[in-house]
Design a protein around this ligand. Structure first.
Ligand code: FAD
Length: 472
């Protein structure tokens, strides 16, 4: 006689604490089987390279917390779960919801199929507000962030409070599976490099939150714009992979807003709101990653010159703030938000590249790569979204770096070859007098590239391309 068990299917909720599905099962079952399934069959694109590295490490941590009882499988989850429910005497299966259209369609199919033999439940473990619950008075979705957040979200009852999970570990007798079999790791040298400075575990997610709330948040509203300051949380990969719940962050920030610095904590909460809005847009516009939200941009005459693209991804455009950002991304799996906006604007507006190419590179290189936030942010930067920076607003990489990296600390960190240049030239090295270049052994065109495009003329080209789609 087999013991009755339940199954928790881990997806983007790689944590034990405040996990609504696990909480639900642990209240009702002694024996919970935990499984992770790598699904490369139903997905519309596979997980990016950096994300795979994060995922591998997050799963390793989860498996340790479960005393090695996490089952690792790959394939079509419908088949895999069917087999598991046949092996164990399963009464209920449960998971936390995901919001990409392919996951929604897949999960619906799985639910319908498994419901014929067992109980199937799903929960919200990823968002503060379900996208279908926040609608305008006329029942249609919001298109602009501020009314969505203020009128839509903040007027609802507050998001649920986080709950501890009382999980009893179940030593099951399913065959031995190995994380290595998922083959998430491929390029040892690069992987080791990007992992420097990151500790990937549920405990570390909590530690990162605590240290941010202790040190970073007080000056968040101002400091968050400066890439060399320590005022941003760097929580995005932990949040994306569900190693900490947004509810935990929201309620802790709420407490801080009532005590220390209400403005900064509220700005932080509104940034979590931007993440919600990205998932909201994805849910209501399932093609967010592939289709311009404003369809007049379907006619935009992108240039897509490969030489420009290669210079951009390698951090060799000749504009230090752009190159520092692109190198930060490659070397650390992360890029500061202000710099993400500047490099995005440069690719789309000065190099006239389709935003989808930038989105794809970020998808491959970011630890926090999320279809929702990445696509929504790229559409925002490109001006193709519904609540975007207008296309004609083009960031100037020189003035942006003067303003937000005034002592060039961020630039010098990621572009050591120009670190000797004085502040006067660090933002535009090509203006350094040749005798000073020689004296500092920093020859522009040799040690560091000349600019691949000129800012003023490339801006004018972009504006005339934009005018051409307005007239059509
Ligand atoms: C072109 C571009 C691409 C982006 N791609 C992604 C992506 O793939 N995944 C991702 O999580 N974020 C993305 N962002 C949003 C933002 O840059 C990152 O969330 C932020 O830089 C993460 O760093 P942090 O955790 O230190 O942020 P903090 O400033 O500490 O913010 C706290 C949290 O709020 C959320 N958040 C903050 N800003 C935004 C925002 N503008 N949009 C959505 N959520 C936000 C994140 O979950 C973040 O961890 C992108 C932004 C741009 C301009």
């Amino acid at each position: 006689m087999k013991n009755k068990v339940s199954i928790h299917w881990f997806r983007q909720d790689l944590r034990i604490q405040d996990n609504p599905s696990l909480n639900h099962l642990s209240k009702n079952y002694e024996n919970i089987v935990c499984v992770y399934i790598l699904d490369e069959i139903n997905c519309d694109r596979t997980i990016g390279s950096a994300s795979k590295v994060w995922l591998h490490n997050a799963l390793e941590d989860l498996n340790q917390q479960l005393n090695g009882n996490l089952i690792f499988l790959s394939g079509d989850p419908l088949k895999v779960l069917d087999e598991l429910t046949n092996f164990f005497d399963v009464e209920e299966i449960s998971w936390n919801r995901c919001y990409e259209s392919w996951t929604i369609n897949r999960d619906k199919k799985i639910k319908e199929y498994l419901k014929k033999k067992i109980k199937v439940s799903s929960f919200n473990g990823l968002l503060l507000w379900e996208p279908w619950e926040v609608l305008k008075d006329n029942g249609t979705p919001y298109k602009v962030f501020t009314p969505y957040y203020k009128r839509g979200c903040l007027s609802k009852p507050p998001p649920r409070e986080p709950k501890e999970t009382n999980l009893k570990i179940y030593d099951h007798n399913f065959k031995q599976t190995s994380l290595k079999d998922l083959k998430l790791l491929k390029n040892k040298k690069w992987e080791e490099k990007i992992l420097t400075n990151w500790k990937i575990s549920e405990v570390e997610a909590k530690n990162t939150m605590k240290s941010f709330f202790l040190n970073g948040v007080s000056d968040y509203s101002e400091g968050r714009n400066f890439p060399s300051k320590k005022n941003v949380s760097r929580l995005s990969p932990y949040i994306h992979w569900g190693q900490i719940s947004v509810n935990t962050l929201w309620h802790n920030a709420m407490k801080i807003s009532r005590t220390i610095n209400s403005n900064s904590a509220e700005v932080f909460m509104s940034e979590l709101g931007w993440r919600e809005f990205a998932y909201y847009l994805l849910f209501h516009s399932p093609n967010l990653q592939t289709k311009n939200l404003q369809n007049k941009f379907d006619r935009f005459p992108w240039n897509n010159d490969e030489r420009f693209y290669n210079a951009w991804i390698r951090g060799k455009t000749g504009y230090p703030i752009i190159d520092a950002g692109m190198r930060e991304l490659w070397q650390t799996g992360y890029m500061h938000n202000r710099v993400r906006m500047i490099v995005g604007s440069f690719l789309v507006k000065n190099l006239l590249h389709d935003w989808r190419r930038g989105e794809a590179w970020f998808w491959d290189c970011l630890f926090d790569a999320s279809t929702a936030s990445n696509s929504a942010s790229w559409q925002w930067v490109a001006g193709t979204g519904t609540d975007s920076t207008p296309y004609f607003r083009i960031f100037n990489p020189i003035t942006q770096s003067q303003k937000f990296d005034p002592d060039g600390a961020y630039i010098r960190k990621f572009i050591p070859e120009i670190k000797k240049l004085p502040n006067k030239y660090i933002f535009s090295p090509w203006e350094t007098p040749i005798n000073l270049q020689q004296e500092l052994s920093t020859i522009v065109g040799q040690d560091y590239p000349r600019p691949i495009v000129e800012i003023k003329s490339s801006r004018e080209l972009a504006l005339s391309a934009f005018a051409s789609i307005k007239q059509n």
